[in-house]
Write a protein that binds this ligand. Structure first.
Ligand code: ADP
Ligand code: MG
Length: 268
């Protein structure tokens, strides 16, 4: 691990979540979750279905108001702010590009994100084609899709579409990137490719990443740190090697065997 791979030592974390809670009726979806996230760090949030992962994400991106707790970005509380306000402070997330903008070219998809970032979407739409083209091409170059810029998104393979989603998320120059199941529906090889690309880019750009992922192979291969959520509570957090050895975690995943197998591949 190089110096650049390591989370910023000392100093404040970029994101500090404290005793975050949210209930739906009688269901305590998220109950007292606390964690820190540093620039350049990839933090995986794992846990069985219904553990509260998406609820956590949606409180951080503003789609859901927490019942209690705080979410500090650079020391300022963003809990309960509207999504747009949180996005403007540099919290990005991956969107599903495929369904909405399939008829536009790859470059146009990224240009729309750039326009939106600049707050020009409604005023300047007719001139969208010319605007931000250069920056869009630069972003596509970063994710390795420069050559597909002028192809309609609908002609891309699924893995490439998910990669365009990453370029779109980067258009906002996020400091924190939230990725809720970014590799859903992808084949194992594509998953690994997308997460290595994400890892490489966020290390270069110093972006903090919180992601969920079903494939334990991918989680153990690419996360700097792993948090395990069960019934709304964090039961463990630490580097992959520690999570592998955690008895409570093994219990949560007992029976599936997935975690145990993936963890066995992590070098000690
Ligand atoms: P995960 O993403 O880990 O699968 P979720 O955050 O989606 O888990 O869900 C956590 C719990 O909260 C589940 O029991 C789920 O049924 C419940 N839940 C999530 N969203 C809502 C909602 N909008 N209304 C009611 N219950 C919800
Ligand atoms: Mg979810």
């Amino acid at each position: 691990m190089s110096i650049a791979d390591q989370p910023r030592a000392g100093g404040e974390p970029l994101l500090r979540v404290q005793t975050l809670s949210k209930a739906f009726g009688g269901v305590r979806a998220v109950a007292g979750v606390s964690f820190d996230l540093a620039p350049g760090e990839l933090l995986a949030l794992i846990g069985p279905n219904g553990a509260g992962k998406s609820t956590c994400f949606n409180m951080i991106n503003g789609q859901l108001k927490p019942d209690s707790g705080s979410i500090a970005l650079d020391g300022r509380d963003i809990a309960g702010l509207p999504p747009r306000a949180i996005w403007r402070r540099g919290v990005g997330r991956t969107f599903q590009v495929a369904a909405t903008f399939g008829s536009m070219t790859v470059a146009e998809n990224v240009q729309v994100a750039l326009l939106s970032h600049a707050g020009q979407l409604s005023r300047l739409w007719p001139r969208a084609h010319a605007m931000h083209r250069e920056r869009a091409l630069e972003l596509l170059g970063q994710v390795g899709l420069r050559e597909r810029a002028d192809d309609p998104c609908s002609t891309l393979a699924y893995g490439d579409i998910k990669t365009v989603e990453l370029a779109v998320a980067l258009a906002n120059r996020p400091r924190l990137l939230l990725m809720d199941e970014p590799t859903a529906g992808m084949a194992p090889r594509e998953r690994n490719a997308l997460m290595s690309l994400t890892r490489q880019l966020v290390k270069e750009l110093g972006i903090a990443v919180l992601f969920t992922e079903h494939s334990m192979d991918v989680v153990f291969a690419h996360a700097d740190r792993i948090m395990v959520l069960a019934r709304g509570q964090l039961i463990a957090q630490g580097p992959p090697a520690d999570i592998r050895d955690d008895a409570k975690v093994a219990e949560v995943y007992f029976g599936s065997g997935r975690l145990v197998k993936a963890a066995a591949r992590v070098a000690t």
